[in-house]
Ligand binder design. Structure first.
Ligand code: NAP
Length: 278
């Protein structure tokens, strides 16, 4: 018998049943022989403040947050990291022993780590980046690309006003392209990112012409269902190095796991297989 509290963590969203985070964290807990549990929690916007206030009293050390709570939690947290404030959303909460709730965003970290691990030799400083999309995920991509020293980011989104708003927020290194001319921004781009939901199972295909892609470009897609999107397939045929979006999902989970359970988990083939349900 032990009186030691078993640390608990959760993924909070609505809906949340589809989330692969419980499978991943449970795999890591087992792999490292750690005490702890990680559970999915379907929580409404209305109940969120009350639930977050109660969780630490029940043994929860933290949580991941997903749609639709990623922005709301910034207002509820006592401490917000600079990167979460810059992105305007949080995906990782830590319930500190002093009673304070700490909100962080590890999506940008996950995005960059995925490229560093799966695209050996990739140098973000080697040339402009081209980013398609201006939603929540694109914000994390822009913040992290600027952080690692990309000299210029060409940005295009179906709704131009959203990319203009990001240019205002993220500064002069962002150049906005019209959606109908998005293909032009690929010319001489060293890093090319699909941060739209186009190409995802059940969504329309990306129709941006990719003829201007340089074979030296690194091309990545945030969509990971399917793992190899048409966008990545076309880029591979053009001779580009490509990286799928699943690694971003895995890497963004690692810092939270370490803070809650005390071990930095390894992102490896086994973790990929767990998330894929293989
Ligand atoms: P979001 O905030 O809803 O943004 C969706 C983006 O897709 C917007 O730029 C939107 O353009 C664009 N879009 C949607 N339908 C379109 C269409 N028919 N034609 C042109 N553009 C279209 O979503 P998000 O959170 O940024 O996520 C974007 C994608 O990234 C999703 O597929 C998500 O699953 C994926 N993601 C992956 C990871 C990972 O770990 N790999 C992490 C986060 C997100 P408008 O502004 O014009 O609507």
């Amino acid at each position: 018998m032990t009186n030691r509290k078993i640390p608990l963590a959760a993924v909070i969203g609505s809906p949340v049943a589809h989330s692969r985070s419980p499978a991943l964290h449970t795999h890591w807990l087992k792999k490292y022989g750690l005490h702890g549990h990680y559970v999915p929690m379907d929580v409404s916007q209305h109940d969120l403040p009350e639930v977050l206030a109660a969780l630490p009293k029940m043994g929860f050390v933290g949580a991941n947050v997903t749609i639709p709570h990623k922005e709301t939690v910034l207002k509820l947290a006592n401490v917000v990291t600079d990167r979460a404030a810059l992105i305007g959303a949080a995906n990782t909460l830590i319930f500190r022993s002093d009673g304070k709730m700490h909100a962080d965003n590890t999506d940008g970290y996950g995005f960059i780590e995925n490229l560093r691990h799966n695209a050996p030799g990739w140098d973000p400083k080697s040339g402009p980046a081209a980013v398609l999309g201006a939603g929540g995920a694109a914000r994390a991509v822009l913040a992290s690309l600027l952080d690692v020293g990309v000299p210029e980011i060409r940005l295009s989104n179906r709704t131009r006003a959203r990319s203009e708003a990001l240019r205002k927020e993220f500064g002069a290194k962002i150049n906005v392209y019209d959606w109908v001319k998005a293909g032009n921004m690929l010319d001489t781009a060293a890093t090319v990112v699909n941060a739209t939901s186009l190409g995802m199972d059940g969504k329309s295909e990306m129709r941006v012409p990719l003829d201007a892609l340089s074979p030296n470009a690194l091309v990545t897609d945030l969509v990971y269902t399917p793992l190899e999107t048409e966008f990545l397939r076309t880029a591979k045929t053009a001779g580009c190095m490509t990286v799928d979006g699943l690694g971003m999902l895995l890497f963004q989970a690692a810092p939270g796991f370490e803070r809650w359970f005390g071990v930095r988990p390894e992102v490896d083939e086994e973790a990929r297989r767990v998330v894929l349900g293989l």
